[in-house]
Design a protein around this ligand. Structure first.
Ligand code: NAD
Ligand code: ZN
Length: 350
């Protein structure tokens, strides 16, 4: 089959690789009907994620059709249309039992951390993908949900919701600032209302992204780096600072913005993947009683979010801005990596 293979920092190729085969009895082989590109793929390609080894097939988001199942798979069948979660999880181990799917201890490997497709196991930017623990790692698609909507549930919708909104402990009436209105930040904006956020402020440098933020439910937008950006944010909170600051970029500067705008006793939820260390001034954070959370998405909310997408309560379809065929994936990467010029949100590859 053809797949997009990582060959070290800055290097990738669309090339022939062996077809995946069933390894464990719980596996499924999925034909990839639709995939997409994530900000994290760009981090990997920059070399920011050294755990990803040369030769790895990239990608962790997909919707597809099951073409083969292992002998232990009972709840799924060949021909089923499924969402591939960005992370494989057995559903039974000590970590999976508490919903920490991102730290599944399943015997797929010894480390027990981050079995994200396209990281430690081969990914979804390919014609086929092997999915371990298929019963827990795949989600059956109901009729009426399109591939384009569903592919947003592999990663970005659960990420924005779980690591941004849930870890940020958004409560009814809260003022929430989302720093970075890329697809992940937009997912946090689109789901902050599920816990009743009152005011949702999008902060970004890119005017197009701020315009998009309003489409996904931001009540206010602030241009990051504008001379009075902080004054604008504080004006929306009667000077107190925001209850919850969600960092969805992954650079020290934007983590700093989150710390600057949060009120004493507030929550900073870091979603961004930081390739570089960030300094924490613990004394300042301590004196302000700031809570900081962070982490890898678990995708344990995907079934719930899928219901909301099916009910058209989350505008997942609006995230898809550009479309490519699978054999045009290098072009898709180019478009996605120049989002400021191309105005791309998610590039859909089918
Ligand atoms: P993206 O690059 O498309 O979006 C980032 C946004 O940040 C852009 O709109 C950009 O204009 C904005 N930005 C850049 N510099 C800024 C600044 N100084 N101030 C304000 N805004 C600024 O990325 P994405 O796909 O939306 O992903 C966002 C982050 O989430 C990435 O770091 C990605 O790796 C991470 N991520 C984390 C998880 C997880 O499990 N925690 C999962 C998926 C993605
Ligand atoms: Zn597990």
């Amino acid at each position: 089959m053809k797949a997009l293979v990582y060959h070290g920092p800055g290097q990738k190729a669309w090339e022939d690789v062996p077809d995946p085969t069933i390894v464990g009895a719980g596996d499924a082989i999925v034909r990839v009907d639709t995939t997409t590109i994530c900000g994290t793929d760009l981090h990997i390609l920059k070399g920011d994620v050294p755990a990803v080894q040369e030769g790895r097939i990239l990608g962790h988001e997909a919707v597809g059709t099951i073409v083969e199942i292992g002998s232990a798979v009972q709840t799924l069948a060949v021909g089923d249309r499924v969402i591939v979660s960005c992370i494989k999880s057995c559903g039974h181990c000590a970590n999976c039992k508490i919903g920490l799917y991102s730290h599944c201890l399943g015997d797929e490997g010894a480390s027990g951390t981050g079995w994200v497709f396209g990281h430690l196991i081969d990914g979804t930017q390919a014609e086929y993908v092997r999915v371990p623990y298929a019963e827990n790692s795949l989600h059956l698609l109901p009729p009426g949900v399109t591939d384009e909507e569903a592919v947003m549930l592999s990663d970005i919708l659960p990420t924005g919701f779980e690591i941004g909104v849930q870890y940020g402990r958004v409560k009814p009436g809260d003022v929430v600032a989302v720093i970075g209105a890329g697809p992940v930040g937009l997912a946090a904006i689109a789901t902050a209302g599920l816990y009743g956020a009152g005011i949702v402020i999008a902060i970004d440098t890119d005017l197009n992204r701020l315009e998009q933020a309003r489409v996904f439910g931001a009540t206010d937008v602030v241009v990051s780096g504008s001379p009075d950006w902080k004054k604008q944010v504080l004006a929306l909170t009667d000077g107190a600072g925001v209850d919850v600051a969600i960092e969805a970029v992954g650079i020290p500067e934007t983590f700093g913005i989150a710390i600057e705008v949060v009120r004493p006793g507030g929550n900073v939820a870091n979603v961004g993947v930081h390739g570089k260390p960030v300094e924490l001034h613990l004394e300042n954070l301590w004196i302000q009683n700031i809570n900081i959370s962070m982490g890898l998405v678990n995708t344990n909310t995907t079934p719930m979010l899928l219901k909301l997408v099916a009910q058209k309560k989350i505008p997942a379809d609006k995230l898809a801005t550009h479309r490519f065929r699978l054999d045009q994936i290098l072009e898709a990467y180019d478009t996605f990596s120049r989002a400021a010029e191309t105005k791309a949100l998610k590039v859909v590859i089918s």
